[in-house]
Design a protein around this ligand. Structure first.
Ligand SMILES: Cc1cc2nc3c(=O)[nH]c(=O)nc-3n(C[C@H](O)[C@H](O)[C@H](O)COP(=O)(O)O)c2cc1C
Length: 198
């Protein structure tokens, strides 16, 4: 599968089949995901993989009662081991460390999509509760909970803002590229040539 297909296939999946995602597939995903970039190559990420039903329910509760999560086969909790990043980069370090976690989470979601595995990023949670449930040390932040499982729903293309409304050239608000004024219009045509996902 090409990268663009994985990007177009990935949707937030909140409805999962009762079917195992073998740990070796999760291992494969993580083996590639760890090549994501990170500030100073510090790789300030650690992961807790959760499959235990009772623990999944507790975590769903800590995610402000998002009980749909319990249908997922597993959660991958992306944890932020930010200390080295803040030591090296000072004030910006915390932000860098969060960005690092966001990047690797995105890699995980795309690698999963490549295998037909569904994921959803869950960012709303009570961090202290997650810390307790997962026995995280005090200096480790839970950053993202990714649900992972075989999709039991098919989703179409989501709403996205038009490319011509989000890209400016050389200065804020300028929608035309000087040399090729129609460059974005051409890019817009790309998706129309591909069948919409159903
Ligand atoms: C930072 C962030 C936090 C999110 N938190 C939640 C969440 O707590 N619960 C949830 O169901 N989805 C959450 N999502 C998923 C978004 O709702 C979803 O990505 C968005 O609606 C676009 O849909 P798509 O992922 O299918 O393209 C989050 C996504 C991001 C990037």
């Amino acid at each position: 599968m090409e990268l663009k297909d994985a990007i177009m296939n990935r949707r937030s999946i909140r409805n999962y089949a009762k079917k195992e995602v073998p740990m070796h597939l999760i291992g494969e995903i993580m083996e590639y995901a760890r090549f994501a970039p990170s500030a100073g190559n510090i790789q300030n990420w650690k992961f807790v993989v959760v499959t235990d039903a009772k623990k999944k329910k507790e975590i769903a509760e800590a995610c402000l009662g998002q009980y749909w999560m319990t249908k997922a086969w597993a959660y991958i909790v992306v944890c932020n081991d930010y200390k080295k990043v803040t030591t090296l980069y000072g004030k910006e370090g915390k932000m860098f460390s969060m960005q690092d976690c966001a990047i690797i989470a995105t890699y995980i979601m795309l690698l999963a999509a490549e295998k037909g595995i569904g994921t959803c990023w869950v960012g709303s949670f009570n961090a202290a509760e997650l810390q307790r449930i997962l026995s995280l040390p005090e200096e480790i932040d839970p950053e993202i909970v990714l649900t992972i499982g075989w999709p039991e729903e098919k989703k179409g293309l989501p709403q996205r803002n038009d490319i011509t409304d989000i890209i400016f050239f050389e200065r804020w608000g300028n929608k035309l590229a000087a040399e090729k004024p129609s460059i974005l219009e051409k890019a817009k045509g790309l998706l129309k040539k591909e069948p919409a996902l159903s």
